[in-house]
Design a protein around this ligand. Structure first.
Ligand SMILES: Cc1ncc(C[n+]2csc(CCOP(=O)(O)OP(=O)(O)O)c2C)c(N)n1
Ligand code: SF4
Ligand SMILES: [Mg+2]
Length: 292
């Protein structure tokens, strides 16, 4: 594993007074993303909880320009802005799209995939709270197997889409996973992405207090458990082939993660065992990539 102990230096781009729920981990991620990228940044944000954090203008919580685009078009909008800046000789300005999982895994995926294929010079960050939370916690293709959402009241019958591997398979210069429980690692990855040219993609797991049914102060702890149980490993992939593991499973039973969240409270012990088996098998397969 790679040691990424870092001093977090924040440029004060993110301000207090946003409209997210108290304790929202998406807001925490916004703070560290924007404060790390700094003043020379333009953000593109589609409809999502991120949009109520970053806008409406002039009441934005961010001291940088924010373009609120459609749910389908984050990557295309960011790519267009970056190309226009380059044409004006302003290549030093970072363009970052910050979208939810619904806007990334599902509705915005076509424009994201084609921007990746063209190797557009943008940073694309997915704040993955595993559902359409801003509209009442419906399921997305990021929602995990058996999790309750308002559109899967009996639990989602299919698995979470693996967007990290899909994006790595585009062979973009940089792909990484991160989460709010490991802020030094998150900042390290945003800073690294800032210094790379071409398409950069980071998916950040951000527990949604309301949609997952966790206490206001538990978001970061839950996200650490996601990593320590092996549910959501933190890793990087360069050019689709060079894998590096930052934080992975510590062998903690997945029940420690699941039983803290109301979205799983309908599960039987057999179903929790089933999830444990899947996590074990995924982790064994996943480790091969780092030993190769
Ligand atoms: C094409 C389209 N479909 C539906 C909507 C309504 N809508 C606005 S925000 C949102 C939820 C987006 O979910 P996600 O991207 O996961 O972000 P989150 O709210 O979870 O932060 C939806 C469905 C929309 N704006 N555009
Ligand atoms: S619904 Fe979830 S993601 Fe949205 S503001 Fe509240 S805690 Fe944050
Ligand atoms: Mg979401």
């Amino acid at each position: 594993m790679i040691d990424v102990a870092y001093t977090i230096v924040e440029e004060k781009i993110f301000c207090s007074g946003h409209h997210a729920c108290p304790g929202c981990n998406a807001a925490l991620a916004f703070r560290y993303i924007t404060n790390t990228l700094g003043q020379n940044t333009i953000a593109v944000v589609p409809p999502s909880c991120g949009a109520i954090i970053s806008g409406p203008q002039p009441l934005s919580s961010m001291r940088i320009p924010v373009y609120q685009t459609t749910l389908e078009a984050s990557a295309a909008s960011a790519a267009g802005i970056k190309r226009a800046l380059k044409a004006q000789g302003k290549d030093h300005i970072n363009v970052v799209a910050i979208a939810g999982d619904g806007g990334t895994y599902d509705i915005g995926f076509q424009s994201l995939s084609s921007a990746a294929e063209r190797n557009e010079d943008i940073i694309y960050i997915c704040l993955d709270n595993e559902g359409y939370m801003n509209t009442g916690a419906q399921k997305s293709s990021s929602t995990p197997y058996l999790a309750y959402t308002t559109s899967t009241p009996g639990g989602k019958p299919t698995a979470k889409k693996n967007v990290a591997e899909i994006m790595a398979a585009h062979r973009i210069p940089y792909m990484a996973t991160a989460t709010t429980g490991y802020l030094d690692d998150l900042v390290y990855k945003v800073r690294k992405a800032k210094d790379i040219k071409g398409m950069r993609f980071i998916v950040i797991l951000v527990p949604c207090l309301d949609g997952w049914g966790v206490a206001d102060h538990e978001g970061a702890k839950i996200s650490r458990l996601a990593v320590q149980t092996g549910v959501f490993p933190l890793y990087e992939v360069e050019n689709g082939i060079k894998y590096a593991l930052n934080y992975g499973s510590q062998g903690i039973p997945v029940s420690n993660y699941i039983t803290r969240q109301k979205r799983y409270r309908h599960l039987s012990s057999e179903q929790i065992d089933e999830i444990q088996q899947v996590v074990n098998a995924d982790w064994e397969n996943f480790k091969v990539k780092f030993n190769a």
